[in-house]
Design a protein around this ligand. Structure first.
Ligand SMILES: [Zn+2]
Length: 97
């Protein structure tokens, strides 16, 4: 029906909505106990995807959705890393005093 190339889609781990990979943020467990934000989309490891809706990040961080889809509980350090990324890149920039 169309000549568009196949666009790889992934689901957000919090809301479950499917969308093209490029619109999602990939969080990767690179080794046991170590998690990074994969901005290239190429890091090896088990990945979880999050869309850019703040509520999804809250849910992923707060209710363990992220850890569940990565297959391990995230340490407070990992959570901190993800939260920092969220605050710098996703969160509405409206709370500065
Ligand atoms: Zn979402």
């Amino acid at each position: 029906m169309s000549k568009n190339r196949h666009v790889p889609e992934r689901s957000c781990v919090a809301c479950g909505v499917k969308m093209p990979k490029v619109q999602l943020v990939r969080v990767v467990r690179i080794t046991q106990g170590s998690v990074v934000i994969d901005t290239t989309g190429r890091a090896p490891g088990r990945g979880a995807y999050l869309c850019r809706i703040p509520q999804c990040w809250d849910r992923a961080l707060g209710k363990g959705a992220l850890g569940r889809s990565l297959g391990q509980d995230l340490s407070s350090q990992d959570l901190e890393l993800v939260r920092t990324y969220y605050e710098e890149n996703i969160a509405p920039q409206a709370t500065a005093p």
